[in-house]
Design a protein around this ligand. Structure first.
Ligand SMILES: CC(=O)N[C@H](C=O)[C@@H](O)[C@H](O)[C@H](O)COP(=O)(O)O
Length: 228
């Protein structure tokens, strides 16, 4: 099956908005996710990233832009779309791009990253975004056939420090490596200036989540500023 339903050129230099509410939160409803996603598109998002099968389905129905889908299962280790079956479910739900753990850690189903990417390409028409946590991850993920490299797990997989803002050093390192797959900067991009800096560091596109779509966190930032 071809995995070319979308043209990645539409994301070049653009903003992708991640809309995710966490288990138990008031906004944890796929209809809400889709409404937030549609609002982000009105504001100029060229793509949307959402978590969960129902969220992918509702969001696909609500927006015309490419949808990056993932399935978080667990909270530690390999938890972003951890197995091939999780990934194929995301693709079946309508994700144009399936985001998966792209680190070099062992996967719960025992498959290698290359086998997982090949399985997604063979079993769906989705592209694969490898969520990486280091330069070594990114090099390995590109070699494994990932269509897109993300810095999503920088600061979360133990290989890189958890920087206050985006890990611009890593973004620059991966961009300089000249990998075959485009690089999407993701993780702790909290201001428009940081988004710009990520592009300037060599990213192909930028994902912003919390700073646009997570009101509890944003409210906390303001509250902390008032009480500090
Ligand atoms: C590490 C992890 O689980 N990242 C998740 C991946 O989908 C999300 O919780 C993040 O919100 C997303 O990556 C966007 O990043 P930020 O919210 O920092 O802009």
């Amino acid at each position: 099956m071809p995995h070319t339903l979308i043209n990645l050129d539409s994301l070049a230099g653009q903003l992708v908005v991640s809309a995710q509410a966490y288990p138990g939160e008031p906004m944890r409803d796929p209809r809400t996710t889709a409404q937030v996603a549609a609002s982000a598109v009105i504001g100029g998002a060229a793509g949307i990233r959402v978590q969960g099968i129902a969220d992918i389905q509702f969001t696909r129905a609500a927006v015309e832009v490419p949808v990056i889908g993932l399935w978080k299962d667990g909270h530690s280790g390999v938890f972003i779309t951890p197995t091939l079956q999780h990934a194929l479910s995301c693709a079946s739900a309508g994700a144009h791009i399936v985001a998966i753990d792209g680190t070099r850690r062992p996967r719960p189903d025992g498959l290698t990253l290359a086998e997982t990417v090949a399985g997604i390409h063979a079993g769906s028409n989705a592209l694969v975004m490898a969520d990486c946590g280091s330069l070594d991850d990114a090099v390995a993920a590109a070699e494994a056939g990932a269509d897109i490299i993300g810095t999503t797990l920088a600061g979360y997989s133990g290989e890189r420090p958890k920087t206050d803002g985006p890990d611009l050093e890593l973004i620059a390192q991966i961009a300089a490596a000249g990998l075959d797959a485009p690089l999407i900067a993701e993780g702790r991009i909290h201001t428009p200036a940081q988004a710009r800096a990520a592009l300037d560091a060599g990213a192909f596109a930028v994902v912003v989540g919390t700073a646009i779509t997570h009101p509890a966190s944003i409210t906390g930032w303001f509250k902390d500023a008032l009480t500090a």
